[in-house]
Design a protein around this ligand. Sequence first.
Ligand code: KG4
Ligand code: ZN
Length: 434
Amino acid sequence: MSVPNNSLFLSVLGITHTVNMLILNKTAGVFFKPSRRKIYAFLGSFHFHPGKLFLHKLVLGIETSCDDTAAAVVDEAGNVLGEAIHSQTEVHLKTGGIIPPVAQQLHRENIQRIVQEALSASEVSPSELSAIATTIKPGLALSLGVGLSFSLQLVDQFKKPFIPIHHMEAHALTIRLTNKVEFPFLVLLISGGHCLLALVRGVSDFLLLGKSLDIAPGDMLDKVARRLSLIKHPECSTMSGGKAIEHLAKQGNRLHFDFQPPMQRAKNCDFSFSGLQHVIDKMIMQKEKEEGIEQGQVLSSAADIAAAAQHTVACHIAKRTHRALLFCKQRGFLRQSNTVLVVSGGVASNLYIRKALEIVTSATQCTLLCPPPRLCTDNGVMIAWNGVERLRAGLGILHNTEGIRYEPKCPLGVDISKEVGEAAIKVPRLKMKI
Ligand code: KG4
Ligand code: ZN
């Protein structure tokens, strides 16, 4: 991979140096013949910005765990000073899924530019950073490797502390950047690669209540969208699979198909999506026969199938989440009032699924909170913010990165899903009128 070139960062440094000098000239009057050492000690305690004075710690976050190359600079108060992202979605849509070496190559081609853009937008120089935070787990090995080796070079070059980040922890904590949310809260993370319910008790204190036993809902929706050839649909050709399903579902009638939610008899908080995906696949094949069309053409009933698939996914997710809320309240893990359910991850941008979850939260006197859509999908801000959270809590800040490795597979927190299943909580039936 390409090595960050010094001149690239010197240009950013140059801007800040000039600003520092300007501020120094303006404020020089307040010092009485200060020594150079005193001035630099004084300056060192602040972060300067054109027209602004930062008293906060600044963290650069770098994300490359899957198919987005993203970076951001966030301060201790949660201000996003600069961010940049390069999405590979279009390329992967064409190849019908993520091919890891292709993702790796695209990360390599873009990481330097993206980090530079985030730093330039923030007008913060690398030397002013308090730490560099980077996703090192879980994710695609080849993708994680690019972000990690780039970050380690920066850490080494600018002698900064390094904060390794768990991608799902970052998704879970993003809400604390946008809303005042205290621990504990329940989090539902639903994306293309993950599906889990966890109790968040602290910055790195999670109890895992349930997870998908096979694929994640985003992966399933991507596969259904591909099988429906939605890339050929004029309105959906540039959308991710999940977004295309949501878009098309608005034009369909879900009652034309009846797909049963998975795992109805298992009284736990685990999920499953691959069985449902196969049932939908079979139905698509049957419809293609009925309509006399070849695989690869868009069915006339595509919108109805999308609507029914989305509804079934929403009901399955809502039911497991409902059980998790009841379990946590029963055990005293969550407050009886002012309980918060946070939903994040790419699939959380789906408004239909959110409505299903709202039905659950209003039945259980909870508040549903979701980060804004751009912070639900992968981004650099959540990584930088996780760095800030860890910096404030004094957790996992490395001054020596020797032996640090990325981990493609890494569970989140302590797994108590067996205990949840043993509690076998019966969930009251809710009318899913969305
Ligand atoms: O969190 P994310 O950007 O990446 C990871 O998987 O970690 O999530 C991407 C996933 C994809 O599977 C995409 O199809 C899905 O989120 N997605 C959606 C929507 N927007 C993105 N799924 C359902 N409805 C959406 N509006
Ligand atoms: Zn993600």
